[in-house]
Design a protein around this ligand. Structure first.
Ligand SMILES: [Zn+2]
Length: 81
């Protein structure tokens, strides 16, 4: 199961997110401040998992949710790319 690290751009907290499967779409927010502004931290785990290949990068999508709140979703590329 891939684990990705993110760094909150608001408070600098680094947190990990575990993905149970490749098709899962997961909302990500900083566990400390609930900010959805973050960047992915490239760690050795990604190389071990082999997820750092070009064209296989996970996609982070920020979109508007209800009441003007923004949500970020994280999509992992499937086996078919
Ligand atoms: Zn934060």
């Amino acid at each position: 199961m891939p684990i990705f690290e993110f760094r909150c751009l608001k408070c600098g907290n680094i947190f990990e997110k575990l993905f149970l499967n490749n098709k899962e779409e997961v909302k990500i927010a900083c566990p400390t401040c609930q900010s959805d502004s973050f960047e992915r931290v490239i760690s050795k785990t990604n190389y071990i998992m082999g997820t750092g290949k070009a064209g296989k990068e996970p996609k982070i999508t920020t979109k508007s949710c209800s009441q003007g709140n923004s949500c970020a979703t994280f999509e992992l590329p499937g086996p078919d790319g």
